[in-house]
Design a protein around this ligand. Sequence first.
Ligand code: ZN
Length: 380
Amino acid sequence: MSIQDISTQDTGIQHLAIQDIGTHVLPVQRSRSKTKTNRLTLVIVLLAILGFLGSLMLTVAATWVDNKTDTGSITGFRTLSHAKTLPTPPVTIRSSLKVPSTPSPITPFPPYLWQELAVLQSQNRFLFYGNSRLPEVALTFDDGPNPYYTSQVLAVLQHYRIKATFFCVGRQVAEYPDLVKQEYAAGNVVGNHSWSHPNMGLLSSSDISTQINLTSDVIQKTIGVRPTFFRPPYGVFNSSVLTQANLLGLTTVIWNDEARDWLRPGIDVITSRILGLAGNGAVVLLHDGGGDRSQTVAALPTIITTLQSQGYKFVTLQQMVNDLPKNPAANEASVSVPTLTPVLYPTPTVTPTSTPVISPTPTGSPMLTPTGTPRRYTSP
Ligand code: ZN
């Protein structure tokens, strides 16, 4: 009901009231002046009450309309004279409007890891890498924000006018929110890397959910946008991790190009490892937090300029997902790419919820070094 409707109805009620009362007033005897006076008083009081109620209804309706107008749902009511008398609140876009709707979970979701991977990959909700037909590379930086190195990484990205993805640890976000705001303001994507960087393969479903949710909450509180990308710490996942990530509508992203920069092997080693594994759709793992990342920062310019000279374009994970075939299974079938077969031990059919997968190590991958060493470290 609009204010106009309310106003018309309200005025109608007043007319009815006056007519109704008038039919009783007219036959009154002149000699009973005291009674007449009382009735007139009653009429005046009733009219006053009706007028007050009508005004109140319009005020409530106009206030409600003003509130709705801020969300962009309803407009145009301020042209009414009654609404004009109300203070006009500043028109601001609420942060909730900037939040993309959280992707829906895939349902039904299968119970076993291999089925889950197949279903997720068929809908581009689990990635080791992007489109193998496009010269795109996604730089990803884990374990930040860090008060020393995150701003240095941001400066390098800014210098080369490229964007990347930061998988942030929730408790670090809570401690250094301004750095995450800078990441987001520069056009980078901010992803979820758990709250305290545990091995999620060892956690209960409830604890996994808490780790992910707390982090998404603090990121949303910081930049106004809820993350849609999730990377489990150490790249460790199992059926429970994928189930919780799916329930929360997240796309899980591992990597297929890394240098073990967290071991500080030297600037040249980091550079040559990343360049050696780079290719179409490469998802590059580097670190801006969790320890001394000065070697990583120093290696970045050569990595960026070399890959650019080879024709690669740096994209965020969001761009990389946007550029994926809609039906990866059908489109990628004939392409020679690493087989998406993470190392699993023991088999998931024995204890599917407690058998972590150490990622990435897609077996048979021509882009990976043959070491296959599980990536475990203590940071952050
Ligand atoms: Zn990490």
